[in-house]
Design a protein around this ligand. Structure first.
Ligand code: FES
Length: 74
């Protein structure tokens, strides 16, 4: 797969699929599992940032539906 696909999961993380590399704010490489989708925390509560650790379910995170709809095309 050569295309990066980002899916905003309902009341959950951003699912990122495709060939990606990640760095932190100091340009340190963040290991990303090769060939697998990664889930990036959207709720801010993960203890394993930038990755989702499932905490969004425990805290009852609700995605910003209005913001999503405002930027949706088509
Ligand atoms: S989105 Fe899953 S822990 Fe934040």
């Amino acid at each position: 797969m050569s295309e990066v696909k980002v899916t905003v999961l309902k009341d959950g993380p951003y699912k990122v699929e495709g060939p990606i590399s990640m760095k932190d704010h100091e340009e340190n490489q963040i290991e990303v599992p090769s060939g697998k989708a990664v889930a990036l925390c959207r709720c801010g509560a993960s203890t394993n940032k930038p990755f989702c650790d499932g905490t969004h379910s425990k805290i009852g995170f609700e995605g910003a539906k209005a913001a999503v709809e405002a930027h949706r095309k088509g």
